[in-house]
Design a protein. Structure first.
Lengths: 265, 273
């Protein structure tokens, strides 16, 4: 048995106002091993975030099931850490209190929470900012707090939904490097949703490419390139060329389908 | 140049220039006979009477000479009691209405019907129910403070960012924990807006109640002085009420500044008092 298992997942979105049903995910089976860094890549609207949200427990499959370490996932919980696209920090709590929020809910006292938070605050290079409020942080720093919070909850499973999409190019590069270091240090299993081919190839030990809607698995690549990844190397560019081609194909199919739909309507 | 002066010349003392100017003008007009003392006594007269009301040195405040502290305390106690009860109930009810749809559907229409009724119009009922004493005043204060706090709490709860709730759920929060650790702190800025409006209404209604239904307090002194045409005492009462209202608001504002320290970097002026 694998660490995380998606068994025959389908998802149908019902629009009760228009009385339509949309098949978003179509019979997806995937499994992830411990310590994998999986990037989920696909054209927008392919359901990659929906898939991640099912592992997080925010959404439920219409059929099929999701298991983490043999246990069925029924809802959100502190055994998985999620890093959202927006940092989603509690603005009234200082950095350390945000990082150790899950411990606060468990009733752990202040001193122990502070100690527990420190390790992860150091890991994301925010030492010295423990007592800042989120409003005083830059976008990149706030996202680091989000990563530290997820690490403290459970460094073994981290789900990330386009966490760097809102950052500037320079910060994004730094954060990608740091994330790889964290992944190696904590032996984490990371599921990372992105629409950037470069990002997927820089980060992933495995890249799963999804088809356009309804989402299926189009391709599943193991990435063996040396780390840190050299984005100018021939192997990197060959891979990138291949992935881009697949993505373009899917995007084109999605457009064509949309057009035939609008014509037939 | 003017702007430069305006920013440079502003010191802590500057806030007193304008009221001091007004007082000087008022005093001179009184002394010159343009303002008849029967309509508007001079500030010096008001001050002397007020002083006697407080310290009781020359009996110029007649039978209330030296009794200011007692009157002020009586009013403060009514404000404090009514306001505290209002804040507590409005907070609990506001969170419940904002959070649970079924509570909103069952209770809100009734509350919205009671809200437009002026608290003052409850006076006849309050007197039959509670008699002439502290209770009707406390009841009126409660009515005045309750609705602004309630409405702002409901608003605060309803506008809590959904993503924060998701993040907290992911950290393992149960529903009661969501309310305590996310909804309540997130609604705090709104709740404090309500608390500050409420403090103003509380003073207005204490004074009103004291004029009609109570035999002590600043409002009673004000109304009693009017019967004896002691306008200097009327004005001294008004100033006393204004001053105490200002101080209680300052108290709420200071508390707000403490609790909403996190907002300082996010807003124009922050929550600094």
């Amino acid at each position: 048995m694998s660490f995380i298992e998606l068994n025959k997942i389908s998802k149908i979105f019902k629009d009760s106002q228009r009385q339509t049903e949309t098949l978003a995910l179509d019979d997806i089976s995937l499994s992830f091993e411990k310590k994998e860094f999986v990037c989920l890549l696909g054209p927008s609207g392919c359901g990659k975030s929906t898939l991640l949200n099912m592992i997080a427990g925010f959404e439920h499959p219409s059929s099929g099931n999701v298991k983490l370490d043999h246990h069925l996932i029924t809802g959100p919980g502190a055994d998985r850490g999620v890093v959202f696209q927006q940092p989603n920090l509690m603005p009234w709590l200082p950095v350390w209190d945000n990082v150790a929020f899950s411990l606060k809910l468990k009733g752990v006292n202040k001193k122990q929470r502070q100690e527990a938070a420190q390790q992860y605050i150091d890991a994301v290079n925010l030492t010295g900012f423990e007592h800042h409020f989120p409003g005083a942080l830059s976008g990149g720093m706030a996202q680091r707090v989000g990563i530290a919070r997820a690490l403290l909850q459970n460094p073994a499973v981290i789900l990330m939904d386009e966490p760097f999409a809102a950052l500037d190019a320079q910060t994004k590069l730094e954060m990608q490097e740091e994330l790889v270091t964290i992944w190696q240090k904590y032996n984490s299993t990371i599921l990372f949703v992105t629409h950037s081919v470069d990002e997927a190839l820089i980060l992933g030990s495995r890249v799963v490419i999804m088809t356009h809607r309804p989402g299926k698995i189009r391709d599943d690549l193991k990435i063996d390139l040396d780390r840190p990844r050299d984005v100018t190397s021939n192997q990197f560019n060959e891979l990138k060329r291949y992935v881009l081609e697949v993505i373009r194909e899917e995007a084109k199919l999605a457009r064509e389908e949309q057009q035939t739909q609008t014509i037939s309507h | 140049m003017i702007k430069l002066l305006a920013t440079r010349g502003w010191t802590a003392a500057s806030r007193f220039y304008f009221p001091a100017l007004l007082l000087c003008l008022w005093e001179s007009l009184s002394r010159l006979g343009y303002l008849p003392p029967a309509l508007l006594p001079a500030p010096s007269r008001v001050l002397l009477t007020w002083g006697d009301w407080i310290f009781g040195y020359d009996e110029s405040a007649q039978d209330i000479s030296g009794r200011w502290l007692g009157d002020a305390l009586a009013s403060c106690l009514r404000v404090f009691t009514g306001y505290s009860i209002a804040a507590l109930i409005a907070l609990i009810l506001g969170v419940a209405i904002g959070w649970w749809r079924w509570v909103e559907k069952t209770i809100e229409p009734t509350i919205q019907m009671l809200r437009p009724i002026p608290p003052v119009s409850w006076i006849p009922l309050a007197i039959i129910w509670f008699g002439i004493a502290n209770k009707p005043a406390i009841f009126l204060v409660f009515l005045g403070a309750f609705f602004p706090i309630l409405m702002n709490t409901i608003h605060g709860v309803k506008t809590v960012n959904r993503d924060l709730l998701r993040a907290a759920a992911m950290s393992g929060a149960k529903q009661s924990q969501l309310l305590r650790f996310v909804v309540l702190p997130a609604a705090m800025p709104s709740i404090f807006a309500g608390l500050r409006i409420g403090v103003g209404s509380a003073w207005m209604l204490t004074v009103t109640a004291e004029m009609v239904a109570v035999k002590s307090g600043l409002g009673y002194s004000l109304w009693d002085s009017y019967y004896f045409l002691r306008y200097d005492l009327v004005i001294a009462s008004m100033i006393s009420i204004g001053l105490l209202g200002f101080l209680t608001d300052l108290l709420v504002k200071t508390l707000m500044g403490r609790l909403l320290r996190w907002q300082h970097t996010l807003t124009v002026q922050g929550a600094r008092p």
